[in-house]
Design a protein around this ligand. Structure first.
Ligand code: GLN
Length: 491
């Protein structure tokens, strides 16, 4: 009996270890070397082994995933399996999966069950991906550390005393710790790219409108994007190919055709790359990150690409613009959680007014309350023009300045964050410092362009270093190709 158990677990461990891309998985599935059930069981073993310590999954759909795996195994035998057959996927707790719990890691949605599936979920399932569970995150995707969750903090698998980044921290850790092959998260100001960098995995935030937001819990609707975490660019490209594209349920989903991203991931041309002068010089950036930047720049120059330093004087305006506009949008989006329609309701209610006040005071965490108040303030009649209108104008100016850079360059290389993963509790008494850590990621959302986090070695404590590449609107194909090229020539 013992021998059988060891054999079974060895087989699963081997299955997991070797697969950095889904195409290798698919080959072995087709050849009958492994089954989807093996894959699901292997990931479930990893979850069992580390979930208590790392606090990644809030729900694990064990039985359902196993049943699904068996059905897909039959489809593979019959030659009828979809493009993602057996791809084990985790979902951040802001993406609807019909008849499964959905809480945005907030007490205010206690007990809420999703009534429909997000378009991305429908598209994954239609291609036979297997959804393994729901992942922790910062409450309503607000945060950069995964410490703002009603379900407790998530830990970085590289060093559990450090944060995984946020807000999609657990989605990054799930891939980092082999608990799933791919995760879907959301990125409003860096929540896919920054945790990807902190955890040493790939993370894509697509162009605004490239992927439907239908079924994504709204934080700041003109910034929100669903993004993808993977162990390889190939997996990110494959999933993007499946989930991107026009959607009748989201009028902001673009009609721009979706290329076959996986078909052409080889860089065959010389490219022009910009980088911020400060990213090599500023003392505020951790030395190992500056070194990684320098190495990539030297490599690109040696290969004959054009690489030039640029200045972006608007840099200091990007964060205030982001935090004014996102809090404004959040205060409006989150007004629906009033204790009447969803989840939690305070027990100390006396009348309608106290129902709203007590439910919202008890149901929302501190950071979410802070942002609702900030957003309500900037939208209030006396301050609307001074803050909200002005920030909208600055947003336009930042967009135009960014467009100019992409008239001259194909890509913009920069750190994903100024440091590697912080120790847990670092910003407990100073939320403003945490906002500052988003300095490199928010621009892509302010402007709506795609950004990709690429792992680039580790710092002297063994924590992953990640760089970020930005490209112009709808240039995901080029971005992924360049990202793969850069990643192959490792730091
Ligand atoms: N850290 C940023 C914020 O708290 C980004 C969050 C996100 O992208 N969801 O707003």
């Amino acid at each position: 009996m013992l021998a059988i158990i060891i054999f079974a677990s060895c087989k699963n461990q081997t299955a997991l270890k070797n697969y950095s891309t889904y195409s290798e998985i698919r080959q072995d599935l087709e050849a009958g070397k492994i089954s989807c059930l093996d894959l699901v069981n292997a990931h479930l073993e990893q979850i069992t082994a580390r979930n208590t310590e790392l606090n990644v999954f809030l729900s694990v759909y064990n039985q359902e995933a196993q049943e699904k795996a068996k059905t897909i195994d039959e489809k593979i035998k019959a030659g009828k399996a979809g493009k993602l057959a057996g791809l084990v996927v985790g979902l951040k707790d802001v993406i609807s999966y019909a008849n499964h719990p959905l809480q945005a890691s907030s007490k205010i949605l206690n007990g809420f069950i999703a009534q429909f599936s997000a378009t991305v979920v429908e598209r994954l399932l239609a291609e036979d991906a297997i959804i393994i569970g729901r992942q922790n995150c910062d409450e309503f995707a607000m945060g950069s550390t995964n410490e703002n969750s009603a379900f407790g903090i998530t830990r970085n698998a590289a060093n559990p005393n450090h944060v995984p980044g946020g807000s999609s921290g657990a989605s990054a850790v799930a891939v980092q710790a082999n608990m799933c092959q791919v995760s879907l998260g959301s990125d409003t100001g860096g929540s896919v790219r920054q945790p990807a960098a902190f955890c040493g995995v790939y993370g894509l935030k697509p162009t605004y409108g490239r992927i439907s937001r239908y079924g994504l819990i709204a934080y700041a609707s003109s910034f929100d994007c669903i993004g993808i975490f993977g162990k390889s660019i190939d997996d990110v490209a494959l999933v993007l190919e499946v989930i991107a594209g026009v959607d009748n349920y989201d009028s902001t989903a673009s009609h721009t055709p979706v290329p076959a991203y996986t078909q052409n991931l080889q860089l065959n041309e010389k490219v022009k790359v910009a980088y911020l002068r400060e990213s090599l010089e500023s003392e505020a950036i951790q030395p190992e990150i500056r070194k990684a930047m320098q190495e990539k720049i030297t490599f690109l120059q040696k290969e004959g690409h054009i690489v030039e330093a640029i200045d972006f004087p608007l840099l200091e305006y990007i964060l205030p613009t982001y935090y004014i506009l996102t809090t404004a949008e959040a205060s409006s989006n989150l007004s629906r959680y009033d204790g009447v329609r969803y989840g939690f309701r305070s027990e100390k209610v006396e009348d309608l007014d106290s129902l709203y006040k007590k439910t919202r005071s008890e149901g929302f965490g501190k950071d979410v309350q802070r942002r609702i108040m900030l957003g309500t303030f900037v939208l209030s009649a006396n301050y609307y023009d001074a803050y909200y209108t002005k920030a909208q104008k600055v947003r336009r100016i930042i967009k135009e300045a960014t467009d100019k850079i992409f008239e001259k360059f194909d890509f913009w290389l920069m750190p994903a964050a100024p440091t590697t993963a912080f120790p847990i509790g670092n910003f407990a008494s100073d939320p403003l410092q945490m906002f500052l850590a988003d300095v490199f990621t928010v621009q892509a959302n302010v402007v709506g362009i795609p950004g990709l986090a690429v792992p680039c070695g580790v710092d002297k404590k063994g924590l992953p270093v990640g760089l970020q590449i930005l490209a112009h609107h709808f240039k995901e194909e080029k971005l992924l190709t360049f990202g793969k090229y850069l990643a192959l020539h490792s730091c």
